[in-house]
Write a protein that binds this ligand. Structure first.
Ligand code: GUN
Ligand code: ZN
Length: 437
């Protein structure tokens, strides 16, 4: 099936940087996105592409809207959906007071399936088409999220959590079961359609050396799967890591020593680390998930994005719900702007878009599949509605450039501004559009 969508279109070709470099993105005010069987055939100006459009192409006119690539969430916990916005603690107390109790409820597979379904629908409601997702320690939590994603044809990477110390007994696995259960899940899910598996040690504090070694062994046996964990989020956590792993130079070094730092390793937070760590992460191909709503909400700290990018670390945005306060990557980008502003750094709207799309795709090593509208990519995209609220309608109509309008939208938007979310060319969220041809 051939489809075409006529609308304003904006996508990134590379990182626009702090100066919003113009050659790093393409904007077509009156654009056309041509989709062939769920794959991008072409994106360009309507003026240049409409005359050559075949008669049988289904054309959808979206006047006043803005099409951007589907958003990519580089770090989120689906089991924590029901404890989002819980009051008053920093990381380690928050885990014990809120996160572990709700994760214990996932011993019930029915609850796991119910939350997984609501979660993926909320991702789509917010324009997110790809995500890297934590489960719980229970293997069936991974089954639940993979089944929900597969039913919606979403590109999703997830894994069962590994944790065998410093946590409630009911949430503990052990080195052997973590290895065997993860291996079985990799065999069942990795590479099935758009699904991928991530070996998911929660963080170094909740794994014994034996378990981290088992995770590293699995990583060596399956070089194509992802590794997903937390790194250097909170200063008290970092101090405890130094005590638990006295022979490691740094927190990152713990993961490195166990073979867990490589291409497709994704580390959430990365707040409290030095240049040597950044260089090491970049040279080994690891990536950082920047989770500003979580870092502010849990009082964890401010990411030095400039230092990360100067060291050439791959970086994408993560919502980190339930430590994070929204599944919206627009809201996450808005908080990213504030975090950088506090450090006297810029985050132009185009770079924010990059971090939520192509930059995130690069962090996940998926840039050959998603992240922008180059021909051959999977046609995951969002139809943004600048008139999704009265205030944004006023503010964006007064904007003189697309950069100004996008910045206002990022700052003010919520799920009302996601008019539609398309996954491989099929609407998974939509208001009704008129097909004109
Ligand atoms: N570190 C270890 N576990 C977690 C978690 O569930 N959330 C966050 N934000 N940090 C963590
Ligand atoms: Zn997290």
């Amino acid at each position: 099936m051939r489809q075409a969508f006529r609308s304003s279109i904006l996508h990134c070709l590379s990182d626009p940087g702090e100066a919003s470099q113009r050659s790093a993105y393409e904007y077509f005010e009156d654009g056309l996105l041509i989709v062939d069987n769920g794959t991008v055939a072409q994106a360009g100006s309507a003026e240049s592409l409409l005359p050559g459009l075949a008669e049988d192409v289904l054309l959808t006119e979206l006047p006043g809207k803005l099409i951007v690539p589907g958003f990519i969430d580089c770090h989120v916990h689906f089991p924590q959906l029901d404890i989002i916005a819980s009051y008053g603690e920093q990381l380690l107390d928050w885990l014990h007071r809120y996160a572990y109790p709700v994760e214990a409820r996932f011993s019930d597979p029915d609850y796991a399936h119910e939350v997984a379904t609501v979660f993926v629908d909320e991702l789509l409601n917010n324009g997110t088409t790809t995500a890297l997702v934590f489960g719980t320690v229970h293997p069936h939590s991974a089954d639940a999220i993979f089944e929900a994603a597969a039913a919606r044809d979403m590109r999703l990477i997830a894994g069962k959590v590994l944790m065998d110390c410093n946590c409630p007994d009911e949430l503990k696995d052990d080195a052997d079961s973590a290895y065997a259960d993860s291996k079985a899940l990799i065999e069942r899910w990795h590479g099935q359609g758009r699904l991928g598996y991530a070996i998911t040690p929660r963080f170094a504090l909740t794994s014994t050396d034996a378990q981290l070694a088992a995770a590293g062994k699995l990583a060596r046996e399956y070089p194509e799967v992802w590794i997903h964990t937390h790194l250097a989020e909170n200063t008290v956590e970092v101090e405890q890591i130094a005590r638990q792993f006295p022979s490691s130079r740094s927190y990152l070094d713990v993961y490195d020593q166990f073979g867990l730092l490589r291409e497709r390793s994704v580390f959430a937070h990365c707040l409290h680390m030095d240049d040597r760590d950044r260089d090491c992460m970049a040279s080994k191909g690891g990536a950082a998930a920047f989770c500003p709503t979580s870092n502010l909400f849990l009082g964890s700290g401010l990411l030095d994005l400039s230092a990360m990018r100067a060291a050439n670390v791959r970086c994408g945005l993560g919502t980190d719900v339930g430590g994070g306060t929204s599944l919206s990557l627009l809201k996450t980008a808005s908080d990213a702007y504030k975090v950088l502003h506090l450090q006297d750094h810029a985050l132009p709207a185009t770079r924010a878009l990059y971090l939520a799309t192509l930059g995130a795709a690069e962090a996940l090593y998926l840039e050959d599949k998603v992240g922008n509208f180059l021909p051959g990519k999977e046609a995951d995209f969002v139809v943004l509605d600048p008139e999704g609220s009265r205030l944004t309608a006023r503010r964006t109509s007064a904007a003189e450039t697309i950069e100004e309008a996008l910045f206002a939208l990022i700052t003010l938007a919520d799920d009302r501004h996601i008019a539609a979310t398309f996954v491989r060319g099929t609407a998974q969220k939509s208001s009704s559009f008129a097909y004109v041809k």
